[in-house]
Design a protein. Sequence first.
Length: 143
Amino acid sequence: MTAAAPAQGWQPFIAPGPDGPVYSIMHTAEALKSDPDFVGMIVRCSPKLGLQVGFALVVPFRPRARAQVTISVSTSQPHRFGATVLPPGSIVLITSDAELVARTLTASSGDVSVLIEGDHTLHGIVPLYDFRTALASLRAHCP
């Protein structure tokens, strides 16, 4: 991904995927407001997979386990989503309506509160400052 300057705090990166490159943005969690095992939020896309939202963890869940993710921002009611754990277990990926997640997050300029319930329970806070700009840059690679 090339951009004049990355959105504040949102780090872009590209990873190889089985069907071509996967473009991603990631932001680390607020360390003092989050569980120590909650790393941050990842939004990724590829032309084949579309948009996906996930969360990085230090202590992995069982691979392919199921989890529930609750996302809360100041501008709306909490949203609860089913999620799956990607091998080797350190990413929890929301399995339904990533577009709803993206719309919810772009409507806020504060922080997102994330609660992950599965093999264990984790809570994290991710700043959303400049998320709209970072998401627009990401979407440019995944029509």
